[in-house]
Design a binder for this molecule. Structure first.
Ligand code: GLU
Length: 476
């Protein structure tokens, strides 16, 4: 069987550097094995998946030059490559599991499950389905369905022993079955859950190696069991240790930038980001760090990966990025990159359009739009202290607005303004008071280009960074 690998991002939120890290690993491994990597969009969670996020994931991976050979945009022999379009494919597999007694229908109400969970937690146990519906007879099931009750389907889990398997990085792993939940595989709305869709698709798409984040290691027993229930050969599993902060805590957007669009907006080169992420996959000597994707793939070694996880060291990224700009780009290429970069979110042309109404001489313009093309702003706590709003109130306002960056569906000025007005009503502050510290945090000045337009042009990920930076300043 020819090696086939895949990345299977869920299109929720902004594309994360972890997705790029996993994609890069898959590409390097695919090249090493002489196989290919495909893209599958895992959007079975319809409440969290958005087309905008799917578009952004693809844009981000394309920007990084991490290419797939089959996918929703490219087609291929094993499509569709978007799980929401594969709904009918999964149904017979659920039926098969039910018919063979490997799965059962569960009618437990949300309330019952909640009470059960609380009772287990109170006893210090890990919450897990208690098997209440396992013993329903076929007649009882029929009667409930005839009354209009809609069940979910859960998979059965062995009660004794452990699931033992070999992971490409973690080696021999053994996970006791009694720690594994009777996972819901089909939801009441007829959509499969991640676990079922993932296994069925990996099988149908002839995936030979599943390389993904370490957070999925504990799900492997459920997946292996599904492969066994269907009588299929499981792929080889390889779980990648997480990217970590310098203090080894899990990389999170509350502490560090994690969105790929932040790195593109801040002016990192895609080659430098790929180079940086790829250093965890090669064994090289000091002085050999500057590497292209091809060089990374020539030096790729599974054994170079540390189980402790790669450290996401922004200083090192800066160092590499500077070297890429200075040592690898010709003058013309550099100018072309500047042009391309200023075009991200239309910041240059959009900024010029806003500046035109506010300048006397053309030479006023660079200062007016500088904040749109900068990364961190030169702000101090004193800037906020000097405003009428003061430090405490500014902090309260920025903290009230910060969640908007995560929750707003569309990132455009109309939506941003509506949300900030809503928060201003809700917290009983005049809009004039609300926007003052926002101006400062976003534009670096108390008088600048219009705030909501500027937030749209800067983009979600840069606004997140600016708010975070000012909140940290204000907290001292
Ligand atoms: N949809 C999962 C994610 O976004 C993919 C996990 C897997 O590769 O199996 O993390």
């Amino acid at each position: 069987m020819s090696p086939r690998l895949r990345i299977a991002p869920s299109p929720t939120g902004e594309p994360h550097v972890g997705t790029a890290y996993t994609a890069l690993f898959n590409i390097l491994l695919a090249r090493k094995l002489g196989g290919e990597m495909i893209l599958r969009i895992e959007d079975t969670d319809q409440s969290r998946s958005t087309p905008d996020s799917e578009r952004k994931v693809m844009e981000a991976l394309n920007w990084l030059g991490l290419n797939w050979t089959e996918g929703p945009d490219k087609g291929g022999a094993y499509g569709p490559y978007r799980q929401s379009e594969r709904r009918d494919i999964y149904a017979p597999y659920v039926e098969e599991l039910l018919d063979n007694g490997h799965a059962f229908k569960c009618f437990c109400s949300r309330e019952r499950l909640e009470t059960m969970r609380k009772a287990q937690q109170a006893k210090g146990q890990q919450p897990k389905y208690d098997g209440h519906c396992l013993s329903l007879t076929a007649e009882e099931v029929r009667a409930k369905e005839a009354e209009g009750e809609v069940p979910v389907v859960r998979m059965k889990i062995p009660t004794n022993g452990a699931c033992a398997f070999e992971d490409g990085i973690y080696g021999a792993v053994s996970i006791p079955w009694d720690t594994i939940d009777m996972q819901v595989i089909l939801k009441a709305d007829g959509m499969p859950t991640y676990h079922l869709a993932n296994v069925v698709d990996d099988h149908l798409m002839k995936i030979t190696h599943v390389a993904r984040g370490e957070e999925w290691l504990s799900s492997v027993p459920k997946h292996i069991l599904l492969y066994q229930y269907f009588g299929w050969q499981a792929p080889q599993f390889i779980h990648l240790p997480l990217l970590r902060n310098l203090d080894r805590s899990k990389l999170s957007k509350r502490r560090n930038p994690t969105s790929i669009s932040y790195f593109s907006t801040a002016g990192y080169l895609p080659e430098a980001l790929v180079n940086f992420l790829g250093l965890g996959f090669v064994s090289i000597a000091e002085g050999e760090e500057l590497m292209t994707l091809d060089e990374l793939s020539n030096r790729f070694e599974l054994s170079a990966l540390s189980k402790a996880g790669a450290v996401f060291d922004l200083q090192k990224l800066d160092w590499l990025n500077g070297r890429w700009i200075r040592e690898k780009l010709g003058a013309q290429d550099f100018a072309a990159r500047m042009h391309e970069w200023s075009d991200i979110n239309n910041r240059l042309l959009g900024g010029l359009a806003l500046a035109q109404a506010r300048c006397v001489k053309l030479s006023d313009v660079p200062m007016l739009i500088a904040f749109l093309l900068s990364d961190k702003l030169d702000l101090t706590r004193e800037h906020f202290a000097a405003t009428k709003t003061g430090v405490e109130e500014s902090l309260a306002i920025l903290e009230a607005v910060a969640p908007t960056v995560e929750t707003l569906g569309e990132w455009d000025k109309t939506a941003i303004e509506a949300e900030i007005r809503r928060i201003s009503d809700e917290t009983g502050r005049k809009i004039r008071i609300m926007v003052a510290p926002l101006y400062l945090a976003i534009t670096g000045s108390t008088k600048s280009l219009p705030l909501f337009d500027s937030m749209e042009l800067l983009g979600r990920s840069m606004v997140r960074q600016r708010l975070r930076h000012s909140i940290a300043l204000l907290k001292g």
